[in-house]
Design a protein around this ligand. Sequence first.
Ligand code: G4P
Length: 195
Amino acid sequence: MKQLQEKILQEGKVLSADVLKVDSFLNHQIDPQLMQAIGEEFAERFRDAGITRILTIESSGIAPAVMAGLSLGVPVVFARKRKSLTLTSSLLTAEVHSFTKGETNEISVSKDYLKQEDVVLVMDDFLANGQAALGLAAIVEEAGAELAGIGIVIEKGFQAGGKLLRDRGLRIESLAILDSLENGTVQFKQEAFTK
Ligand code: G4P
């Protein structure tokens, strides 16, 4: 997605060969117009998949997921990383280990908001090692619902997550795929230039 790649080139900061900071539009401040365009792009890609619900994880997955939900006309559910005072009904849970942060969280979703008859689009802001996406996929499976695919705003193509998920036969749609962050420079994978 050209608009996203331009924004990454203009405002992204390469913190190291592994980490891209995009706090100005995705992870801290949010650019609503860009999020709307991102939502429409996901909606276009998954329009014919029969999606009935979007599942993401707090916090940075929520903005793009809401815009995709608006465009597809479906509700958006976000998995919680911490126990909530109001999350009192029966829960679907999964363990998510973050290699980046060196911590494991139990993520949870109420059974009220993910049903067996759902066709689910899982979404997240970043795909790095794929553990969050796998945890969300496990929650979809636990609900007995169908996983139509995984929508990612920025995939770090040099980390293991993309291959891990695609090798499982999952449909992954990433709007920007980073090939490298070496030498302080953002390099995109060629197939990310399709739009
Ligand atoms: P994984 O789920 O793909 O295995 O990812 P990992 O554990 O490595 O990532 C942990 C957190 O770090 C996630 O956010 C993820 O989005 C974020 N992250 C990973 N690589 C990058 C990067 O290069 N740039 C940025 N900006 N973030 C990255 P989180 O802790 O869940 O945060 P949030 O969603 O609450 O913002």
